[in-house]
Design a protein around this ligand. Sequence first.
Ligand SMILES: *Cc1c(COP(=O)(O)O)cnc(C)c1O
Length: 421
Amino acid sequence: MPTAKTQIPAPPFFLSREKVVEFINPYLKNKGVYLDIAKAFGSPLYVLETDVLARKAEQFRAAFSHRLPETAFFYAMKSNNLPHLSGHLLKHGFGLDVSSGVELSVALELGASSIIFSGPGKTIQELALAAQHPDRVLILLDSIGEAKRLTSVLEKKQTRMPVGLRLNNNPEGLWRKFGVLPEHLLSAFKEIETLGRLDFQGLQFHSSWNLNPDRQTAFIKKLGEILSSMPKQFLDAVKFIDIGGGYWPAQGEWLLSNMPQNYIIDPGVSIDLFAKELSSAIKAHILPLTQCRICFEPGRWICNDAMHILIQVVDCKEKDLVITDAGGNTVGWERYETDYCPVLNLTRPSLSEKKCHILGSLCTPHDVWGYGYFGSGIKENDILMIPAQGAYTYSLRQQFIKPIPRVAVKESSNRYFLLPE
Ligand SMILES: *Cc1c(COP(=O)(O)O)cnc(C)c1O
């Protein structure tokens, strides 16, 4: 008998039509309200759906809090920095994860009572702003140099500050810029204690672009080994371990291929599966050593599906070439030259995708929304929707050639309003 070899299909996987239809169907069903919003406030527009946002926040929290004794959740503001969005998450019990003085100011103005400040190269001004609010802000130190700079700020004010330390979990390549290497953890802890003004409370690590939990569980295991080599004094001081963000939405990553209308999918997994695997790794490797709170910093997973972009066709130049009223400055980078997101013609809806260059109106060829649209046809003034564009688009918007669109907030199917500029 020939030996049976498991056939592992080689990537790339192609995105199935069923998956795309399943993804676009809810938006097409709701097209009436999106068309009403475009009619009421004009085009182009960002549309924030606060009920979707609330659902994502609750789903994320439920997945982890049911599986672990003590948890806390911080929304990574950089993934979508619309203050209204962060403000809404505060109402759902999230704290905020900020990575600059600008973001910290917004979080403070929103009234956030639990803020973590993470990121490399925090300036004296940024540290001083944080130091004014030791009751609301915890600084995740990126290096010992930063611990010393923060201490000098605190000495002037004669105050103390709660801090954590970011561990580097990827010393290769450009990710080496973040945090302190695990082999320097003990000396960093001793130095923090010696500085005398910092209340050490825990550790953080973060990896991004996780389509599944494998990378995170591998580091949790390694962290267990690191912790088991640390003295009792250190383990007693640890009040939290922050395992960062980087959760990819379950639909996976969708990319263009060199064959028109054949898209590549890097499959994702559900947040429940993330929670199951990460929680069991935490219970196996971390909690036996220190009964601490586990913190989370999701960004993309929370905001991605909660914001959409509505644009309008200005000029139909050919049957397969249209110019729209919004340019790539709306998302800040040439995203749709590599990434695939279905473009929906809400005015002439259909479940079949037609080949067509859907381009923006900037004076540059690098201004693409898509290479096709779902619709029965396309004409001037049609309203197009690019759904689920909340992550790393709005934050990167820029005033380049064309103005930045306004934001409409949709609270339920019959309640929506335009955010003040
Ligand atoms: C960017 C970032 C996050 C959020 O990452 P997502 O991929 O959006 O979930 C969380 N924590 C830190 C430290 C970050 O830099």
